[in-house]
Write a protein that binds this ligand. Structure first.
Ligand SMILES: [Zn+2]
Length: 343
């Protein structure tokens, strides 16, 4: 059975509800609330519908129980691993967009939406999703948090790879959205499509940056890819946080607050969406937990996730995003001087 939170989240998705079936039955499509007609005269008076509710205060952002429910929705067999260009990919994108919307993130995709559409390697239509929380005093300096939302499909559900990263990103977005005062710098969020085809969505994003996220303004990229298998080797890595990077000291401080998390800081990685950002000399931190048994295997399911540490890692990554957004260190100068290395 689906938990109440899980089910409520699924039912938010209008238009994709058929993708989620419970007990083999067709899922119900949410019914529109009765429209409040302000006046019957004149007949042309527009009908006013109740404004959508905010979801900012619905829970503690890093509650492992809520995060688990979200992960189970993204890694549900009905979505079949969210393979690029499939109905499962579309349904996952709808869930993420709905969450961005109710958290009040400003749409950063094409037109007025969150989606940045592109064609994947098979010529299928898919998209990245982009949402923004504008900084209060340095809005032109952007901390970008990213995670790919696609996986392989064909029975490979990709719970750790990378529903875990998306759920971590959504928790961070909530933590930032519910702050009373906005951070000094802008924090933007992106989920990438078609990563499993060879970093296609992030390549498209960095070659065609949306107006809301000019790459010149991005002073830090934080990548979350596979943060749900801390238990596998009792470790998580934060690649890219080299000795001279401003992120390193901030991470060390955060690490001290989570004694159960074994965080390896530093080292270079080219295996993930951060690759394109480093190519553009943007500093990156790539959070990743090794998965000894189930990497790109059918056993990468929601049942195998280490939820307690996944929540901790998301909190560390979120703490890093907000400390970078607030730091008095000149991140523009640092990026110009050392780019994405600084060993
Ligand atoms: Zn991945």
């Amino acid at each position: 059975m689906l938990s109440a939170v899980h089910r409520a989240w699924l039912l938010l998705v209008v238009g994709c509800a058929a993708a989620y079936s419970e007990d083999g039955a067709k899922a119900e499509t949410p019914k529109a609330k009765p429209a409040k007609v302000v006046s019957v005269k004149p007949a042309a008076e527009p009908v006013k519908v109740e404004a959508p509710k905010s979801c900012i205060d619905d829970a503690k952002p890093f509650d492992p129980v809520v995060m688990r429910a979200r992960l189970e929705a993204l890694a549900a067999p009905e979505l079949d691993g969210r393979a690029s260009g499939t109905a499962g990919d579309q349904a996952a994108r709808a869930l993420i967009a709905e969450r961005f919307r109710c958290l009040g993130l400003a749409p950063g995709g094409d037109g007025d939406g969150y989606e940045q559409a592109f064609e994947d390697s098979n010529g299928a239509a898919t998209a990245n999703l982009v949402g923004v929380i504008e900084g209060s005093s340095k809005p032109d300096e952007i901390i970008l948090v990213g995670a790919h939302h696609d996986h392989l499909g064909g029975g490979f559900l990709g719970a750790n790879d990378n529903a875990s990263g998306v759920v971590g990103l959504l928790a961070i977005a909530q933590a930032v959205a519910q702050r009373e005062t906005k951070p000094a710098r802008t924090i933007a969020f992106v989920t990438f499509g078609a990563e499993e085809q060879g970093l296609v969505g992030s390549m498209y994003f960095t070659r065609n940056p949306p107006k809301a996220v000019p790459l010149d303004n991005v002073v830090q990229y934080i990548n979350l890819d596979m943060i749900g298998s801390h238990a596998s080797k009792s470790s998580v890595f934060a690649f890219g946080a080299f000795a001279k990077q401003p992120a390193k000291k901030l991470l060390e401080k955060l690490d001290d607050k989570f004694p159960k998390v074994h965080l390896g800081i530093g080292g270079h990685s080219v295996r993930g969406d951060h690759y394109w950002f480093c190519k553009k000399t943007i500093p990156y931190v790539f959070f990743w937990t090794p998965d000894n048994r189930c990497y790109h295997e059918k056993c990468d399911t929601a049942a195998k996730i280490d939820y307690a540490r996944m929540a901790d890692i998301a909190q560390i990554a979120g703490g890093l995003a907000t400390s970078l957004a607030e730091t008095s260190v000149d991140l523009v100068a640092s990026k110009t001087k050392i780019g994405c290395f600084g060993r």
